[in-house]
Ligand binder design. Structure first.
Ligand code: SF4
Ligand code: SF4
Length: 358
């Protein structure tokens, strides 16, 4: 009798990108000598061999049904060379090997309602976290905020009129897996979690929840004779970290979960070292489906930066030059005691540069 073979694990890593690459990109891999930016949404790369590849970037609504994806693939088959790629900001990029193919491709995308832009000193598509569709703890729908805001910022996506590139991000909880940006839109809980004591013993691993709290505000407790938890509300910073391991500690609230805006974050080492973003607006209503209050503040900051920033100044460079008092004066955002950053813990230890040190 044949011996049963052990079932081997299947290793899923990132797939080999070479198999999906445009043939010209494969041929010239690692041999590109320069690139230029002929117009908004279009990049030209030239290889040492003389080959050229033209990239056309278009914005999408991020969460797409398969009809939309098929439409984009049909455009790729008809007007491009059948190759596409998605960027981290959910833009789609088409690569073509001839200049003559660029304009018909742009017209086909615009006819179907996809804006072409997002390159160089434009407002690029907003990077965002998963929202209601995928994650288990969101207080808002990050991709909904992105769609409504990009509808408002359409002109800044298709034109290149900002002093430098502007990166935006949105995060749907305070844990903020979305990271920082020139302007970051982040949920802000303003009340400690409410505990449903009837469910804690059945649903939560209490030591894990106690360990999760960054300010040690959670203690095990007996409530109505049942093992449960209690929160020291004076210590609680309303971060929401206890909600994922213990859903009976509900922190999302239609009234008290708000939205905050942070500015001046930068991840690259270009020109100046990376910078942390800072809070400039808080307590904005979490107001689906169009989040108009958030859009108003973001547009106000962008308009001020556009008018006042010097060429090549990123948002953080601009604020560094004019100073925070001038930032609040020019944007007419109210300055409160909550804007004062008094945390000194990282002054000597946190490496904010991407350079390797030994
Ligand atoms: S920001 Fe928070 S809720 Fe949103 S996807 Fe990330 S961890 Fe989940
Ligand atoms: S919300 Fe954050 S700070 Fe407050 S109890 Fe939960 S984990 Fe602790």
């Amino acid at each position: 009798m044949a011996q049963a073979q052990p079932r081997m694990p299947v290793e899923h890593g990132a797939p080999d990108p070479m198999q999906y690459m445009h043939p010209l990109m494969k041929k010239n891999y690692g041999k590109w000598i320069y690139h230029s930016h002929p117009k908004p949404g279009v990049l030209l790369h030239r290889a040492a061999s003389g080959d050229e590849i033209w990239t056309v970037k278009a914005g999408t609504q991020r969460q797409m049904d398969h009809y939309t994806i098929r439409k984009l693939c049909d455009i790729a088959d008809t007007y491009a060379d059948g190759h596409v790629r998605f960027t981290t900001r959910s833009n789609i990029e088409f690569m073509v090997a001839a200049k003559a193919k660029v304009e018909p491709l742009i017209r086909a995308l615009q006819k179907e309602g996809f804006p072409v832009g997002g390159t160089a000193n434009s407002v690029s598509m907003i990077a965002h976290t998963q929202g209601w569709l995928h994650c288990d703890i969101p207080g808002t729908d990050a991709s909904g905020v992105v769609k409504s805001l990009m509808d408002e910022l359409y002109d800044e996506f298709v034109k290149c009129e900002m002093p430098n590139r502007v990166k935006l991000s949105t995060s749907c909880c305070e844990i903020n897996c979305g990271g920082q940006a020139d302007i970051a839109i982040i949920v802000q809980h303003t009340k400690p979690p409410k505990i449903n004591h009837d469910l804690v013993a059945n649903v939560c691993e209490r030591p894990a929840v106690v360990a999760r709290c960054p300010v040690a505000a959670i203690r095990p407790a007996l409530v109505n004779g049942k093992p449960s938890l209690e929160v020291d509300e004076k210590k609680c910073v309303c971060c929401g970290a206890c909600y994922p391991p213990c859903p009976p500690m509900q922190i999302n609230d239609p009234e008290y979960s708000k939205i905050a805006i942070w500015v001046g974050g930068k991840n690259s080492n270009a020109r100046i070292r990376p910078t942390f973003h800072k809070l400039v607006a808080s307590g904005l209503p979490n107001n689906p489906p169009r989040w108009p209050e958030v859009a108003e503040v973001v547009k106000k900051i962008l308009a001020t930066y556009k008018a006042d920033g010097r060429p090549w100044e990123r948002m953080s460079d601009w604020i560094e030059r004019i100073g925070w008092p001038a930032f609040f004066r020019k944007t007419e955002l109210p300055f409160t005691k909550y804007h004062i950053d008094d945390w000194r813990g990282s002054r000597y230890t946190l490496n904010t540069s991407a350079h390797i040190r030994f």
